[in-house]
Design a protein around this ligand. Structure first.
Ligand code: ADP
Ligand code: MG
Length: 162
């Protein structure tokens, strides 16, 4: 992929490990942060999103918004959780996603690869691969700033410090 900078490769041995990475990123998030998530069904995209939302201060249940496509929550920042699995690029173009991507909140998109060309050029991409029953290989790639810096920091310090 034409990522900028070195990706951060994370080996997760269970949902709690995935939650640590999600929490690190939630702490780093600022208004306008955009994160795309990809990986097969059951890889852990929603598990990641739930841990991210929790660390962002969202109270209550964050479910996969497969049928509603977009769900909005309030945390330290507004949290926009999207799942574009069921729609086409053409349909996505009618959703006004730019309002979210360039808004004051944090956008997290499950199945982001469907709408890659609609994402802002600067964004973070996360790819989750199932490597065992509880094991996941998570590749975090930064495109543009500040996401490249996040990956450098993760490569240097890991998920326990930010
Ligand atoms: P997706 O949204 O990608 O379809 P989900 O998050 O809904 O996937 O489901 C992932 C499932 O895998 C959950 O039941 C979760 O508990 C389980 N799981 C097992 N190991 C991990 C891991 N290391 N990271 C994330 N989820 C994991
Ligand atoms: Mg999901």
């Amino acid at each position: 992929a034409n990522h900028d900078g070195k990706p951060f490769i994370y080996r997760s041995c269970g949902p709690e490990d995935t939650a640590l990475l999600a929490a690190w990123l939630a702490n780093a998030a600022v208004p306008g942060t955009v994160i795309g998530l990809d990986g097969d069904l059951g890889a852990g995209k929603t598990a990641f999103s739930q841990a991210f939302a929790k660390q962002l201060g969202v109270r209550g249940i964050v479910n996969s918004p497969t049928f509603t496509i977009i769900k909005e929550y309030e945390g330290r920042l507004p949290f926009y959780h999207m799942d574009v699995y069921r729609i086409s690029l053409e349909e996505a173009e009618d959703l006004g996603l730019d309002e979210y991507f360039y808004g004051d909140g944090v956008s997290l998109v499950e199945w982001a690869q469907i709408i890659t060309e609609m994402l802002p050029k600067p964004h973070l991409h996360i790819f989750i691969e199932t490597t065992g029953p509880d094991e996941r290989k998570i590749t975090v790639e930064g495109f543009g700033d500040p996401y490249i810096k996040w990956c450098s920091s993760l490569n240097e310090n890991g998920v326990l410090h930010n």
